[in-house]
Structure formats: structure tokens, C-alpha cells
Design a protein around this ligand. Sequence first.
Ligand SMILES: C[S@@+](CC[C@H](N)C(=O)[O-])C[C@H]1O[C@@H](n2cnc3c(N)ncnc32)[C@H](O)[C@@H]1O
Length: 332
Amino acid sequence: MHTYLIDLLECPSCHGSLTWSISSQKDDRIIEAIARCQICTAEYPIREGIGIFLTPDLPRTDLWEQGGQQLSRLFSEHPEIEARLMDSPLSNLGPADQFFRGMALEERGEYSEAQRAFDAAMPELYTDDYRHCWQSQVDFVLEALAGGTNPVVDLASGRCYLVRDLIDATERPIVATDFSLHVLRRNREWLIHHGLYNRVSLLAFDARRTPFRDNSIETMTTNVGLPNIAEPENLLGELRRITSGQFLAVSHFYSADDSANLSALQGAKLVDSLLRESVLTAFREAGWRVSVRNSRHGLARPTPQGEILEGASIDGFPVVETILEWCVLEAR
Ligand SMILES: C[S@@+](CC[C@H](N)C(=O)[O-])C[C@H]1O[C@@H](n2cnc3c(N)ncnc32)[C@H](O)[C@@H]1O
């Protein structure tokens, strides 16, 4: 993480100020350090450049770590499955297996082969509408942020799709964040490999309890991050606390009369995060002024399942074909 962040950070547990002991720094990047809360004495390490501001009390399911572990367990118990997935010609695999092969290659650091697998998978995994509607939202965010110089904090950055585009399209410092240390470490390797790490800081924290001071963030983004955050009751209030400027959230919504998908989403406790009116109400109740920008509608289908990784899916939703609304929520 870069040194400019020191002025923006505080204890995520009690909001106390932090005392920094930096043991390794390269130019303006802190590599190894401990940040200690002056009030509750909690300690937050910076390891291999990643600031770790996770608190012990919030439960979290790190799907990236689980997925990686499941794949390596499966490969060690069934080497024949690994051989079929990794050694068959790419064009012989179904799209889900192509995607899983990409993920396994990325874990091994074989980035260009991984990209080839992802590129092959995408057109079959997602409808043209789905990809174009999504890309249109990302383009909207990039255009909105193109001119400025202040840092962008991206929430629930996952594999950094939006972050990669922000690096290309802007001159801004970027803070990629996620509660999964596993995915942040993988991102660091990917960004270094592609020569894109320079302006990026990586911070591990839970978006429901961030380590930022009140009103410290001028520009915040997320690329379909919000519906991935479970038990989001205080999420939008916490984001309101730390944001002084704008929050641009790439979002998609299900229609209120899409009963098949809504009842499946209900079962996964996701329905309130994926219905336009519930989300807008939640923003307003948390004190945001929010508007829907760049609305686009497009066809979405369930993603095909793996054949070699039998039954494994990329996305759980939609469960039946539907029309989704895509947009950027612009909140201030
Ligand atoms: C699938 S990603 C979204 C796509 C991503 N924004 C991109 O542009 O590539 C969703 C991420 O949310 C993260 N996540 C889920 N709950 C979270 C929480 N409470 N705080 C921070 N990150 C969270 C997951 O670890 C996952 O990486």
C-alpha cells in the first residue's frame, strides 16, 4: 500500500488513530509494517505490500480461497480429472470448464494461457446482451473518472476487472480492496506480471467495517460488488460515513415480476440486493442521494455447468432466462 493512505486510515474496530511502525518501504510503497490502534491496541499488519485491516468478529466466507482449495484437493485425489481439464485441446472443453482451466492456470502464474481460456469461455458463458450491458456500465464509470487525479477506492474488487480498466483509462491512484486475502495476493502477482502494479494499493477489509476515516474518500466504485456482500444491513451507512464525494456502483437488477428467479434469490437472501426499488430505498435510508444512470436492459441466461468439473457453475443466478436491467448507481 502507498504511504498517502496513512492519512486516510483508522482502526476499523473502534475508529482510533493508528501508530505506524514501518519495517520495509520501497519509494512510496509500504511493504512490511504494523499499524497499532492507540485506543483498543488492535494490530493490523502490512505484509508483502498488502494492508490487512480485517477484524476478528465479522464472519466471512472467502469463496476464492475455498475454490482454490477445492480445486487443488480434487486434482490431488483425481489426477485424471486434472489431466482432462488441463491437457485437452481448449476448443474441446465446454465454456465452464474453459473458465475453470483459466482459474487453475492463473493460480499457477500462467497468465497468457489463462487469458486464452477466459477469452474462449466468455462468449458461451454469457449472452451478448449480458456482456454488452455490463461493458456499457464499466465504460460509463471509466468516462466519469477519466479526467481526475484523486484516488479511487474500489470495493469488493474480486479479480480486479474494473481495477484493470481503471488503470488503463485514468491516471489516478487506485485502491483495490476485498475481504479475501487470497484474491488480493493473486491480483498482486497478476498486476506485477503485467507491469500494472505501480499506482495500485491493495487493502484487505470487510466493506461493512472499513478502516477509513469519516469523509476520507472522494471517489468510490464497485463493479457488481454490492450483491456479493452478505448480511449488508449496515453496509450503506458505513460507506456513507467514509465518502465525501461520489460512489459509482455498477449494478444489475431483476424485474419485480420475475417470480422464478426472485424465489431462488429469496432462498439465497439476495433478493433485497437485486431489486431496484429495495436497493434505491436502502441507499436513501442510509443518507445517500442516489440516481440511476445509463440504464440498459438485456437478456441473461443461466451459465452452463462444467462437464469435466461435473455440475460446477460459474454463477448461481439467474436460474432461468430473464431480462436484467443494468445501470450505474450514482450516489452522493
Ligand atoms: C465477484 S467480485 C465482483 C467483481 C469485481 N468487482 C471485479 O470487478 O472483478 C465480488 C467480491 O466481493 C468480495 N466480498 C464479498 N463480501 C465482502 C465483504 N463483506 N467485504 C469485502 N469484500 C467482499 C468477494 O470476496 C469477491 O471477491
